[in-house]
Design a protein around this ligand. Sequence first.
Ligand code: SF4
Length: 302
Amino acid sequence: MKKKKSLFVATGDELRQEVIKKERGEELTKAMLRHFERFHSLSEIFDRDVEEQILLEELKNLQNPKQLNFEKGLVTFSPSSASKCERELYYKATRAEKDEQPMLPYQRRWVRNGSAVHAAVQKDLLLAEVHLKNPAFTVEKMEDGSPAWEHNLKNVKQFDYNDIRFQVFGMMDGILNYRDGSRIGFEFKTKSTTIGAVGNYKLKDAQESHKEQAIAYSLLFGIDEFIFVYESLAKDGWNKGVEAKPDIRAFYFKPSEEQKTNLLEKFARVAAMVERGELPKPEYDKCLFCPFKEVCSKDGDQ
Ligand code: SF4
């Protein structure tokens, strides 16, 4: 029987690029995990300068929130909405009524734990660059010397694509400088169910929605390489010692030009539909966390 010819045959150059990307990814993810393992092998550190810096940052962000150049009347997208259903983006842009979304107490504690560990990891990164000998990563600093993350990085940027103007607004977990001088987008994600959630079986790569978020960061902050770190808040038994299952994983992602173009196209398409008052088609595989289920079910499949 004749074998069917594949429609896509990678060229030698494409294959070489894939190999380079894989090697780079392995280098960075190994370095990231080693960075955390080395730091978490140190005895607990109290560093007055870092403590002061973090408190002053919080105070600054409370007292003087960063002023941004939003353009009035433009549809605004956020990086976390990059993977969402286009109809959901339409509802958000047109300020449709959201469903009531009561959160149970354990769910609030779930969210609270994730936020607390986020803040702890940021502090770890600042301490690691001071207390590790030859740290693989340092936190990039803004012009005023503050760390390049969260509110300090917050930005809005306008785009014109296919004659449609829109803006992207957001912030990210951080920008790190790798020891070779490159700038790496750092995204930290927690898993709160079981340690298996970060195991090799369940987590083979960064989640697709997280990659799409990174593509939007790439457009907004001009960063081209990302490391996602996933930490399970559930840990293996204390007495397991060196046999304990890994609770932290890292993945590398480099958005392609095609992925960036696809996202620009998606945002431009939704912005144009908002302007025309034309409802996008529903994407029912994306409904789980959508806050517009009620209004959407009234609108139906049109
Ligand atoms: S309910 Fe589902 S189909 Fe409707 S807007 Fe939300 S994600 Fe899209």
